[in-house]
Design a protein around this ligand. Sequence first.
Ligand code: PMP
Length: 377
Amino acid sequence: MVNNVLEQLTPDARLSRRKPVYNFGAGPAMLPGPVMEQAQSELLNWQGTGMSVMEISHRSEEFVAIAEQAESDLRKLLAIPDNYHVLFLQGGASSQFAMVPMNLATTDSTADYLYTGSWSGKALKEAARFCRVNTAASTEDSGFTTLPMAGDWQTSPEAAYLYYCDNETINGVEFGFIPEAGNVPLVSDMTSNILTRPLDVSRFGIIFAGAQKNIGPAGLVIVIVREDLVGRARKKIPSLYDYAIQSREASMYNTPPTFAWYMAGLVFQWTLEEGGVGEMQARAGWRSSQIYRCIDSSDFYSNNIDESCRSRLNVPFSLADESLNGKFLDESRKQGLLALRGHRSVGGMRASLYNAMPRAGVDKLVEFMGYFEKRYG
Ligand code: PMP
């Protein structure tokens, strides 16, 4: 069955007008070939208007139609219930590190955080500027190679919310389950794995995701927020950062990043046409299993993340002989396999495998890794 799924992965032919390269960067990441081609073809004259999407007013009938279609397609993709607002904001995913505590906590309340890697770490540091932060669990001792066992969390009885990062892009750790938060609103950073599997949105208070991996250009952040959590913001915050104002204004309190919003809409349409998030889940599983198999079947490559929580989207790996790192990067680049350098805080390599990565890119990387090991191992 998986084989049938694979036949549908974006064939190279559909990337024909792009350079034959595969970008394994963590983000901004490669976008689907057909989306880039459509954007190019209508860049100067969107639907016969004689204008680019970039040049039309966000309040125009045309742009409002784009915006509404994008929201409705995202609602369809993730089966978002009606009692959730969907916001298209700017400031990137990091804006939510501050907006979440500003909107859900007071200076005296406590927010629980699961500290599982760089991005949840950054989020909890930011939250500490706005409220009390309780690190309910941390996997720092393991070097962020595991996830905290649910029974071991030290949550606060009256927590304003429980926060976690569903996929730690830098460390390569992904939750395979939704943390149990009881009556406390659950907040999830899904920047690097949104749209890669079906989701029970009703389990969450807030889901947010920066766009630059599976959605579109950087700068845009999508926020899915349950309606009862809107309208609780502390008083002295900028209007821009108040979920209630942004919901009331349909994310157009000020001029939104219109082009990024339009691109996100094209990516949502592409995702629907390709079969939706169930299909994306099958592809993500296939892609990552190819790379992990290649790593695990060799002594030359290694990945030290506990198998139960290895990320399907970001696969960090090291070479046994680190002096070969430069050579690996040079040679892979020459083969059109780009941006494999690991994050500076972790070192080694990292292959990011988002929805737009075609099957051929994965095949080519596996082939290259095999060749490199034979040549230098
Ligand atoms: N969270 C996660 C999981 C990320 O991977 C990133 C960016 N790579 C961010 C947050 C921050 O995103 P931004 O740069 O858009 O603020």
